[in-house]
Structures are given as C-alpha cells and as structure tokens.
Ligand binder design. Structure first.
Ligand SMILES: Nc1nc2c(c(=O)[nH]1)N[C@H]1C(S)=C(S)[C@@H](COP(=O)(O)OP(=O)(O)OC[C@H]3O[C@@H](n4cnc5c(=O)[nH]c(N)nc54)[C@H](O)[C@@H]3O)O[C@H]1N2
Ligand SMILES: Nc1nc2c(c(=O)[nH]1)N[C@H]1C(S)=C(S)[C@@H](COP(=O)(O)OP(=O)(O)OC[C@H]3O[C@@H](n4cnc5c(=O)[nH]c(N)nc54)[C@H](O)[C@@H]3O)O[C@H]1N2
Ligand code: SF4
Ligand SMILES: [Mo]
Length: 745
C-alpha cells in the first residue's frame, strides 16, 4: 500500500500542466490541492485537476483487457487479449496486406506520458501506410501553415502573454480550454495583468465567452470571417504605410506578394463577410500597429472552419507585418528543456513539404501532411473493394463522438474484422472493439509532457513520479503500442520481446539524432550515448531529451547540466525564464527565411474573395467547450457533472423569439447531415444568427459502461457536421459555421 503522505503530481489533462498536491491516506486519495510551490503554475488549477482521484477510482475504469464474445465483453488476461488480436489480425494481413489496417490517434495521446513518446515509434514499426487522427478536427491548418512558413509543422509561434501590451485572441476561449497551442496556466489571470499594465485585450469570437467578458473589446465576428478580417488588417497596414518588420527585415520572403494579395480586402470589402464595421476594423489595425509589443493569437475557432488554413496563416502574417514575431512581447517560439519528438522532420518531408501525394480510396480526398480527413474513415471501412479497411487500432480516441459524421462511423465500425481500442473506458467507440486494452490511470504513471512544453510561455519543466504503483501484471501503454506494432508486423503474440523492440527504437533514434547538424550530439558515437542512458521506455527517452536539450549535461559536455535524475529531484520544477528570440534556431525552410506567401496557401485566397459577398441567411452552428468537461471523455467524473445541464443550444434572444423558442424548451436542430433535439438556452452572449452546442456529448448509446455519463447523456453535435465539409487546403473538418435550421420540437 502506498504510504500516507503528500505527493506532487502534474495534471496531464490539458496544456496548462498545473502542479497538484495529492494527499494519500490509508492507501486512497484523501485530497487534491493546487501545488503552491510549483514553479510553473504557482498554485493555479481548474476544477478538473481535483477530479484525478475520481478518474483513478472510477469503478467503470478498465483495469484488465476486455475481449468480445458475441454481444458482450469478458475480462481476459493480457496474454489472451494479445492472442485474440493475433488471431484476428493475421488473416487480414495475409489476405489483404497492411493496406487493410489502420490506426486512429486521439487527443490524450498528446498528454499521456507513454503514448506521447511512443506514438512516433508505433506507426513506422507497425508499417501502417495510412493513419488517422483527431488532428484533422483540430490544428491541421496551423500545422500546414507552420510547415510552409517556418519549415516545421509543429513549430508554433505563441503569444508572449506576460510581456505583450496588445493581444488579439481569435477563436480561442481559454476561460474554458485553459489555453491551447499555448501552454500557460491561468491564461485569464494573465489577460487581466495585460490590462492592469495598461495594455489591451481584444477577443474575436461569435460568442461573448468568459474570455471576452474579461477583455477590453469583443468583436462578434461572423463564423468563418477571420481570414477576411486579418487580410483587411494587413491591407490597412500596407495602405497606411504601417508595415514595419523591425528585426525581421531581411529574414522574410513574400511581403510584396502579401501586399498585392490583400489590396482589395479593404475593411469596407470585408464588412459583410466578417459582420464587423469597417471603422472598427480600421481602428483596430491602427491600434495593433501602434502597440509596441503586440500579438495575434488564433486557435480552434480559426482552424475548424471554412477558411482554416487562410486564417491560421494570416495570424502569423499579421505578427510578421507588425514586426512582432520572435520579439519579446510578441509571438515567440518556446525553448523547451527537453526537445520534443515532434520537432524532428519526418523522413518523408526531408526534401520539403509536398502535398496531395496520394488520395483517399473512396472520396479521393488528397493527403495533407500524411493524413486525410478523419471523416473519411467511415467510408473506407464501409465501402467494399480493393483496399477496404478490415482492421482498426484506436489509441485514446472516441471518434464516434468527436468526428464529424460520427454516426456513420458508429454504423461502420461493426463491419471490421478486427478492432482494437487502447482505452481506459468502454465508451461510444470502444464498445465496437473486439479487444480493449486499458492503460494506467494518471496516478499510476510518471508524468512529463512530451510536446506541450514546445509551446509553453516559459522554459520550465517538471517531472512527477507515479503515486500508486501499477499492478506488475499490467503493461504500460508504451509496451502495449510496441506489442501492437509487432502483432501488426505478423509476429506471434508469444514471441513479442518488448524490451528488444524498445532497444531497437531507442538505438535508432539516438543514431538519427547523432547525425543531425542541429543536435548537440552531432558526430558523437551513438553506442556510447545509448550505453550512458540507463533505463527503458519513456523515462529513458525523456532522460535523453533532457540531456541533449539546451540545459542538458549532454553526456559529459556540460558537467552539472540537467538530467532526468536532477529534474526528478526537484518535483516543483525548474524554470529557465521567459521565451527568447530564436527564429534562426527554429526555421527549417530551404531559404532559411520565413516564407510569408507560400503558393499552396495563397492559391486559396480567390475562394475567400468569392465569399465576400455571401450574405447572412439563416442560422449557423458553432461549438463550445466548458471548463468542467474534456472533449468526450470526462463526463463520468461525478464532481464535474454537478449543476445545471451544460449540453444546451445557446440561441440569441432575437433568434429565439422569431422561432418561438424559450429557455428550456426542446428545439429541433437540422443540418444537411442530420438532426437532433436539445434544450434551448436563450443567451445574449451569442452573436445573432449563430447558435452554439458543446462538443463531446451524446452518451446515450447502448453497450457502454459509463454509469455517470450515461445519466447526463446530452447530444452529439457532430451528427450535424457534414463529413465532407472541410477546409480544402488542409482537409481539416469544418465544425464551426455549419448552416442549420432550428425549430421548436
Ligand atoms: N464539433 C466539434 N467536434 C470536435 C471538436 C470541436 O470543437 N467541435 N474538437 C475536436 C478536437 S480539438 C479534438 S482534440 C477531438 C478529440 O477527439 P478524440 O481524441 O477522439 O476524443 P477524446 O474525447 O479526446 O477521446 C479520448 C479517448 O481517450 C480515452 N482516454 C482518456 N485518457 C486515456 C489514457 O490515458 N489512455 C488511453 N489509452 N485512453 C485514454 C478516453 O476514454 C476516450 O475514449 O475532438 C474534435 N471534435
Ligand atoms: N475544459 C476543457 N479544456 C479543453 C478541452 C475541453 O474539451 N474542455 N479541449 C482541449 C482541446 S482538445 C483543444 S483543441 C483546446 C481548444 O481550445 P480553444 O481553442 O480555446 O477552444 P474553445 O474553448 O472551443 O474555443 C473556441 C472558440 O472559437 C469560437 N469560434 C467558433 N467559430 C469561430 C469562428 O469562425 N471565428 C472565431 N474567431 N471564433 C470562432 C467559439 O465560439 C469558441 O469560443 O481545448 C483543450 N482544453
Ligand atoms: S487547467 Fe485544470 S485540467 Fe488543465 S492542467 Fe490545470 S488543473 Fe489540469
Ligand atoms: Mo483538440
């Protein structure tokens, strides 16, 4: 039994990475409090942080594998579960090849100690030609724009929130999300600080969110209007001679192309599409240019929409045109203590980024950055013919609820001959699996975020140990991934040697890194490095990432420098300061300059131009998040589910009145993709003409094991999202700005 005492833990639920103090009494969690001494979060947490105990103790959480027997699941040993996978997978691969097998990676992959470090090993080791992910209902447009502007898809410029004095927040609601592609605890407190030091915060959002409430100005934009607004801001800057690259002078290609592109996007020309007054647009361009330290920050509202790529790109364009990119108080690149696997250019893009290299079989959707839209998955399973998918490995994802057209996926999944879910719950997606393999709870494993520190506002880091030792019979998720990779490669379950596979992966990685000119171990003997890095699995990898990171001891090169052991000795974390200019280090474009006007993105501008005249007819639907909810999977934590129903349709009073809707009545919401019925919440926080549903609900499906969530089922907003509605350049789903009809049910 775990001795009584207080343990330090970093919350892995979102990008804020808050420090927690977990008190254990009599082998159980007695209390979870914010860790006031955490150097990074300094005592900040949100209500989800304290729910880790409920997640750990949830009687519905799976602790042993489940294997399907007809319509039910039976508990099995790990050996039996792996054998069942082998039994199902082998004939598929022998008959149809690996083209018939795919995987889907969900959001917790990015947050999980094991999965985040081994997902990059899994796909190549398994040899899967095509995989899917939640990325195409999320940040794919920004990945695309990063790839073309900076030469690196995971290199995000983030607002230097602690030093800027003018911040534009577009399509992000940190009041709920706690920051996204912006790791920063207590974003709202930091927005208050901007205002306190005399700065200004502007929120661009069709909804007057909790974030907008804390801003100086709210721009209730028409959904999808962001790219037009940003181009108009650029146009004003050029027209008024206020473009000033400052230190970026000579380091940017394409400024003149941008000038030409935005020439006809005057504030007047975009009024209709943005729904904003030209005078306000013009004034704000001036304020942006006048501010010494300013940043534009865009997040999911600028991605999951019709012009996702253009908007994501233009956010950085504005930061460049005002000379604020890579400048303190502007939009900067973090310098993580431990470099992330995502910073490595995938071999397929070693010679530059090329798109549309292949197309999806059924719809002909072009590949972008190695993926096609997640909405393709359903038809790839359901449509017979050469290349039809027969096997699916879902890793920490719930696409039946999270993907547009998830109802089609729900109908298609039972057709698979082999479906494996690596998941801790029997939920809307995993209920279709033949085998479910659970990972550890958060409290049963160590923690250090893999990729999130790459967009953190400070160069900080912290490692927390597991609090409860996991059952020794149970593999960690990295071991599960390596085993699944081996099974996919046709190995017999009984023969899989996880340690050997891990050694193969690690030695290969070290060898690759030792050849990178940008690496601190370039030219060193990889064998020596491997021998000097003890341990196994994610902790060994993390140790390597820290030791070869900017403050690392680098295998004798910098004695006294950081190692995992040294970091672990400081559970409250270490902090090496605020972001520093480092464009030269992060740029990976061939020109070694920022490519501000990439042809591929610019080619989408005419589509935007054509849309400028589109009027506002009828209602459109957008999504929202809530601080007490986390995508589709935390509705089973009782303490988060108290209070009023949060799965409601927000409707502006004038729209409600004209449709005979009032608070609490059921409305029928219909789109070209589907329909649902949901309770109305009349609210003037909506822009008129825009209605809003939260995402991640719809827990009324038969066959799940979610006692609490199923009593608060809610409805799945993705039933309304047409699967083929995508941002064409990136293939990212459009789940905001969907035309809907709303009537009283
Ligand atoms: N309409 C609409 N749709 C959206 C969005 C939107 O804003 N609007 N947002 C999109 C975005 S940004 C995202 S990221 C996606 C998310 O889409 P998904 O990633 O598909 O959904 P999640 O709810 O994050 O799925 C988490 C799954 O992982 C499991 N899980 C939780 N913790 C662990 C763990 O430690 N290990 C393992 N193995 N499993 C675990 C949960 O039980 C759950 O099944 O949804 C997208 N869908
Ligand atoms: N509590 C909680 N935290 C989370 C999550 C969660 O589900 N719950 N999910 C996590 C995940 S996976 C992600 S990706 C992040 C997302 O983090 P955020 O990007 O901050 O996500 P949201 O809170 O959905 O805020 C998106 C905002 O975009 C607005 N919007 C919609 N359409 C448009 C548009 O066309 N233009 C503009 N300008 N705005 C628009 C919406 O009204 C909404 O307020 O949050 C993460 N954190
Ligand atoms: S904001 Fe909440 S969910 Fe996010 S890391 Fe902090 S405590 Fe966890
Ligand atoms: Mo996300």
């Amino acid at each position: 039994m775990q001795p009584d005492g207080t343990y330090i833990k970093t919350c892995p639920l979102c990008e804020a990475m808050c420090g927690l103090e977990v008190s254990i009494e009599a082998g159980r969690v007695a209390k979870i409090r914010p860790n006031q001494d955490d150097v990074w979060s300094r005592g900040y947490i949100c209500p989800k942080g304290t729910s880790l105990a409920e997640l750990h103790e949830d009687p519905d959480r799976l602790r042993v594998p489940l294997v399907r027997r007809g319509d039910t699941f039976v508990e099995s040993t790990w050996e039996e579960a792996y054998q069942e996978i082998e039994r199902r997978l082998r004939p598929i691969i022998e008959t149809h090849g690996l083209e018939a097998v795919t995987a889907y990676f969900g959001n917790p992959v990015a947050h999980n100690y094991s999965l985040s470090r081994y997902v990059g090993a899994f796909t190549p080791m398994a040899g899967l030609p095509i995989v899917y992910s939640a990325g195409t209902v999320d940040q794919w447009p920004k990945n695309l724009s990063n790839a073309l502007l900076f030469g690196a898809m995971w290199t995000f410029a983030i607002p230097d929130i602690d030093r800027c004095d003018f911040l534009v927040v577009m399509g992000a609601n940190p009041h709920a999300s706690q920051g996204s592609l912006l790791a920063c605890p207590d974003v709202l407190g930091r927005l208050d600080a901007i205002r306190k030091r005399g700065g200004k915060v502007v929120v661009v959002d069709p909804r007057r969110t909790g974030t907008a409430e804390r801003a100086d100005e709210w721009l209730p934009i028409r959904p999808g209007g962001d790219a037009a607004l940003l181009l108009a801001w650029a146009q004003v800057l050029f027209e008024e001679g206020r473009v000033d690259l400052r230190d970026l002078e000579g380091r940017v290609n394409g400024v003149e192309e941008v000038r030409a592109l935005c020439a006809d996007f005057t504030p007047e020309a975009v009024e209709a599409r943005t729904g904003l007054a030209a005078a306000d647009i013009r004034r704000l361009a001036g304020e942006l240019a006048s501010a010494d330290r300013a940043a534009v920050y865009g997040r999911i509202g600028t991605c999951n929409q019709e012009f996702g790529t253009l908007a994501s790109w233009l956010v950085d364009v504005l930061n460049v045109l005002t000379g604020n990119l890579d400048r303190p108080g502007g939009a900067m690149f973090s310098k993580p203590i431990a470099w992330s696997m995502t910073s490595l250019t995938p071999p397929e893009f070693a010679d530059g980024f090329e798109f549309h290299r292949w197309k999806s079989r059924v719809r002909g959707a072009p590949e972008v950055l190695g993926q096609v839209p997640i909405s393709c998955l359903a038809e790839e399973i359901a449509t017979p013919g050469e290349g039809q998918l027969k096997a699916l490995i879902i890793i920490a994802g719930n696409p039946v609820l999270s993907a547009p057209g998830g109802d089609r996926l729900d109908a298609a999944l039972p057709e698979l001959d082999c479906m494996v879910a690596v998941d801790n719950w029997l939920n809307e997606t995993s209920r279709h699996a033949h085998v479910i393999l659970p990972g550890y709870s958060v409290l049963e494993q160590p923690h250090y975020d893999e990729m999130l520190w790459s967009w953190a506002v400070r160069s900080a880091g912290k490692f927390s140990e597991a609090i409860f030792p996991p059952d020794p019979e149970r593999p960690a998720e990295w071991e599960i991934l390596l085993t699944l990779a081996a099974l996919t490669q046709g190995q017999k379950a009984a023969d899989v040697d996880v340690q050997a596979l891990d050694q193969l992966f690690f030695t290969g990685l070290v060898a690759g890194i030792s050849q990178l000119p940008s690496s601190r171990i370039e030219g060193r003997d990889p064998g020596e490095i491997v021998a000097a890095t003890p341990g196994i699995g994610p902790s060994r990898l993390l140790d390597f990432q820290i030791r070869t990171g900017p403050w690392g001891e680098c295998y004798g090169e910098n004695p006294g420098g950081l190692t995992l052991e040294k970091l672990a000795a400081k559970p409250n974390g270490v902090d090496f300061g605020a972001m520093v200019p480092r464009l030269g280090e992060v740029l990976q474009t061939r020109s070694a300059k920022i490519e501000l006007a990439p042809e591929y993105i610019v080619a989408d501008v005419p589509r935007l131009r054509e849309s400028l005249a589109d009027g506002e007819e009828g209602l459109v639907l957008v999504s929202r998040r809530h601080v007490r909810s986390n995508n589709t999977w935390m509705h089973n934590a009782p303490s988060l589910m108290t209070g009023r129903d949060r799965c409601t349709l927000l409707v502006h009073p004038t729209d409600a009145e004209s449709r005979d809707l009032e608070d609490g009545v059921l409305a029928r919401v219909r789109s070209e993709a589907g329909q649902l019925e949901v309770a109305v919440e009349v609210s003037d926080e909506m822009r008129p003409g825009v209605v809003c549903l939260p995402h991640g609900w719809g827990h009324d499906k038969v066959g799940t094991r979610l006692g609490v969530a199923s009593r608060h089922a809610g409805v799945c907003n993705n039933v309304l999202a047409p699967g083929d509605l995508v941002d064409p350049a990136s293939g990212n789903a459009v789940v905001n700005g969907i035309p809907v009809e709303v009537t009283r049910a």
